[in-house]
Design a protein around this ligand. Structure first.
Ligand code: FE2
Length: 490
């Protein structure tokens, strides 16, 4: 049997587990608020087979869907592989058939043309459906009750794009889902598809436009009237892929861009504004309008934070990387407007906004952060080092309102926010926290925090019987939404 590589991408918390398991009535220390009823879905990459590429990365791992189901103070956990075409082909062969991360030219001949997405990035919930997404392919629909895979999802045969982002934006008032896919026409095409699904999940518009270069577009943002596409100079190249090279290389001298269009308008109305050179971001907290001006708040870094996205001429050096929550603003009433960039808050990533604040002026949000004063990072995740604290950030002042610090050897995953029906109640945060026991052993727990007092002792701690792999993103689905779930043909 092939062995997993001895690299940070497969060691520490990144050690493959590959166990599908279920546990009912997990032990709860403290108590889970009775109002908490629903499911915390998480996307967890976990490579089912040792990779053919010794330099493979955690983000190539087969997608697993993890679910914490909470009801009446009790909690169950289940985790299952998403049965993508790729997972099925390799499961049958009992070994890896696909090659390098995002490079189809390195796949074995028998799987040429087979859908190679691993559906491992975000469990998206919209219009009663659970979709496991990764930006290099279409989503896979999963039955939210059984976690069985239904199949590749194309909105009932209506979606033309070959890809779908893992970062859709759902308008909290209209219930519409705004989405996009880059490389919509296939590997290394510059086409970006932008589409809207109505509150019932029906695709009501899909338009394509060309981006200025072949960049990775991981996230985008909406306001009440606009769709915003920030682009960064981490680029792909068809000839490089054909030669067996890496999918992405960051270009430190390349331009960044912000594309803005009316969200119900035509892609012909897209205006492009040039941003700072060489910067990078993967996640945007939120966007909103203030008069004629649109703002987008970005977890911006001075270079790409993924070491494997750097070429030999620009090796990654974490000591020189800078970052901070950065607001990009454009006055759309000014025909000669330029992009204004201002650091407004601390560094960090994997931001979590209240669902109800999406696209609107907002006051605060939560995000994990790495603070070197706490101690060295736990090895894990796609960057190879984990976040070691959780921040509650006030965007009106740029100050940290509150922080959860649990000491060294602790890794934070992205939280979800659960709203309360009680007026004035801030709701709760749910997050998985991993503890390093030694370099090869970890334990994981789910914590329930008060959203407005994250540094207070957790209301509930659920210690997991098995360690968990680092998640990418998660999604909270209420009990009422689960009860109205749709599965299969529209
Ligand atoms: Fe993401």
């Amino acid at each position: 049997m092939a062995k997993y590589p001895d690299t940070v991408q497969f060691n520490g918390l990144n050690r493959p587990i590959g166990i599908e398991w279920s546990a009912r009535n997990l032990e709860v220390q403290g108590s889970i608020p009775a109002e908490l009823d629903g499911a915390f879905f998480r996307a967890v990459p976990d490579p089912a087979h040792a990779p053919r590429d010794p330099a493979d990365i955690a983000l190539s791992g087969d997608g697993m869907v993890s679910r914490f189901r909470i009801s009446n103070g009790a909690i169950d956990h289940d985790i299952r592989y998403v049965h993508t075409a790729r997972y099925e082909a390799e499961r049958k062969a009992r070994h890896a058939l696909f090659g390098k991360y995002r490079n189809p030219f390195t796949d074995l001949p028998q799987v040429q043309g087979v859908d190679r997405t691993v559906a491992n990035t975000t469990p998206v919930w919209h219009a009663g459906r659970l979709l496991m997404t990764k930006e290099d392919g279409r989503a896979y629909e999963v039955n939210p009750h059984t976690l069985e895979t239904v199949g590749s999802y194309d909105f009932g045969g209506t979606l033309r794009s070959q890809t779908m982002t893992a970062h859709v934006r759902v308008d909290p008032v209209t219930g519409e889902m705004f989405s996009f896919g880059y490389e919509a026409g296939g590997t290394c095409t510059d086409q970006v598809a932008y589409w809207i699904a109505d509150k019932n999940g029906k695709l009501v518009s899909e338009q394509w436009f060309s981006q200025p270069y072949l960049s990775t577009i991981h996230d985008f943002a909406i306001t009440e009237d606009y769709a915003l596409f920030p682009l960064f100079p981490t680029l792909t190249d068809l000839d490089r892929l054909k030669a067996g090279g890496d999918k992405w290389i960051h270009e430190p001298d390349g331009d960044s861009w912000l594309g803005v269009m009316p969200r119900y308008g035509s892609v012909d109305q897209l205006r492009w504004f040039k941003g700072p050179k060489g910067v990078s971001a993967f996640h945007f907290v939120n966007a909103f309008q203030q008069g004629h001006t649109v703002h987008v708040d970005i977890c911006l870094t001075s270079t790409n934070a993924f070491p494997f996205m750097h070429g030999p001429d620009d090796p990654f050096d974490p000591r020189t990387m800078k970052g901070g929550l950065t607001r990009w603003s454009v006055d759309l009433a000014d025909p000669a407007a330029t992009l204004q960039s201002q650091v407004i808050g601390p560094p960090g990533d994997l931001p979590r906004l209240r669902d109800g604040d999406q696209g609107r002026a907002y006051t605060d949000f939560w995000m994990p952060c790495y603070d070197p004063r706490i101690g060295p990072p736990v090895v894990g995740g796609p960057v190879g080092s984990c976040f070691n604290c959780l921040l509650h950030v006030d965007v009106t002042t740029g100050q940290v309102k509150d922080a959860l610090v649990l000491g060294p050897g602790v890794a934070f995953n992205e939280p979800v926010h659960v709203p309360s029906a009680t007026p004035g109640h801030a709701g709760w945060l749910l997050a998985v926290i991993d503890y390093e026991l030694d370099s090869e052993h970890h334990r994981s727990e789910l914590v329930v925090l008060q959203a407005d007092r994250i540094s207070a002792p957790p209301l509930a701690v659920i210690k997991m019987p098995l360690a968990l792999r680092p998640q990418v993103h998660g999604w909270w689905v209420s009990g009422a939404q689960l009860a109205a779930a749709k599965v299969g043909a529209p």
